[in-house]
Design a protein around this ligand. Structure first.
Ligand SMILES: Nc1ncnc2c1ncn2[C@@H]1O[C@H](COP(=O)(O)OP(=O)(O)OP(=O)(O)O)[C@@H](O)[C@H]1O
Length: 342
């Protein structure tokens, strides 16, 4: 059974003022997240991502549909039954949401104090968590003395304090620079791998999905327009909005403007070759072209590695007789798609 299930979930917010229209933030969402996964949810601002998260941890109630978390019904149950659910879910935020007047140690200890744990237990658990996130030496500092990445590590330690099964990360790296983002993503991978915690990552950054998630749902206008393995969605996005996100991190067939620039700089016939794991490789192509006496230059694109599987699009400028070029490309055979650029 999946750890998190949403069936036909919709959410409509009532109008804020009289005369205004209600806002439908989610429409007929179906989603299954298995234990142990890192599940990415991507969409532009307003797509409904935060609403989805607030439904999973029961901060909002669905207008219709069913939500279960770890076998427990979330929709239509009284508040007191939601207490255990909230202990099972840790959360981290874009702006970290730390208590600025508390030390790092006391920030991490806070959920344990609220849960009424003993002093000895709190001290031991807090020390263990600070060690896990690499901030033992900052235990007595205040958040304002920390870098953004360190603050988020405190946020992660605090979210893990009550040993949740699920960690919800809402734009957790959006306020960080690329290097710090990398560090925090690495920590999240350890949280998943070493502690077995299921992670749901909400983001508008495709790089985060590419580097962290195993599965992804693409949201647009309150709907999930595409979902599946990250490799599948990246290597073969079917919907327009997925294609837009993928194009932010993967160079595909060059646009008309890019092609014009490439033609200014390079001579010859131009083709884009699309590769997919299991098919012909770059070197297969290069060997055939060289054997046919075709000169080639790689002018655009690249090969990506996602979850250990390769795919990508390479645009080549080719110089040689048309027949030799066609023969070489035909000889490479299976697994690559050739797009002639005119
Ligand atoms: N409490 C609320 N009351 C009324 N409308 C809301 C409320 N929360 C969100 N909305 C509306 O629901 C839609 C989805 O918002 P949501 O915050 O879930 O999107 P999002 O994808 O998380 O975007 P962002 O990244 O900007 O937060 C938007 O049109 C938003 O204005």
């Amino acid at each position: 059974m999946p750890l998190i299930t949403l069936r036909n979930v919709s959410k409509t917010y009532p109008p804020a003022r009289r005369g205004e229209e209600p806002v439908t933030a989610l429409r007929d969402i179906n989603l299954e997240i298995e234990a142990g996964e890192i599940y990415g949810i991507i969409g532009y601002s307003g797509a409904g991502k935060s609403t989805l998260v607030r439904l999973i941890n029961a901060l909002e109630t669905a207008t219709s549909g069913d939500i279960t978390v770890d076998g427990r019904q979330v929709t239509g149950v009284p508040e007191r039954q939601l207490r255990q659910l909230r202990l099972d879910i840790g959360m981290i935020f874009q702006q970290f949401n730390l208590f600025n007047s508390k030390t790092v140690r006391n920030n991490v200890a806070y959920p344990l104090r609220v849960a009424g744990r003993s002093r000895a237990e709190i001290a031991a658990r807090t020390a263990e968590l600070l060690d896990f996130v690499g901030l033992t030496d900052k235990a007595d500092n205040f958040p304002e003395q920390l870098s953004g990445g360190q603050k988020q590590r405190v946020g992660i330690a605090r979210a893990l304090a009550a040993s949740p099964k699920i960690l919800l990360a809402d734009e957790a790296t959006s306020a960080l620079d690329p290097e710090t983002t990398h560090e925090v993503l690495e920590l999240l991978r350890r949280v998943n791998r070493e502690l077995g915690i299921t992670i749901v990552v909400i983001t508008h950054e495709m790089d985060v999905i590419k580097n962290l998630a195993t599965k992804v749902a693409v949201m647009d206008g309150g709907r999930i327009v595409e979902q599946g393995e990250v490799f599948e969605v990246f290597s073969n996005p079917r919907e327009e909005s997925s294609r837009k996100f993928v194009s932010t991190v993967v160079r595909g067939v060059p646009s008309a403007a890019d092609l014009a620039t490439l033609r200014n700089r390079h001579e010859g016939r131009m083709v884009t070759l699309s590769f997919r794991d299991g098919g012909a490789s770059q070197s297969d192509v290069f060997v055939e072209l060289a054997a046919a006496g075709v000169e080639f230059e790689l002018v655009y694109g690249g090969i990506n590695d996602i979850s250990g599987r390769a795919f990508g699009h390479l645009t080549l400028a080719l110089k040689g007789a048309d027949q030799a070029i066609d023969g070489a490309l035909a000889a490479v055979g299976h697994g690559i798609k050739v797009t002639e650029l005119n």
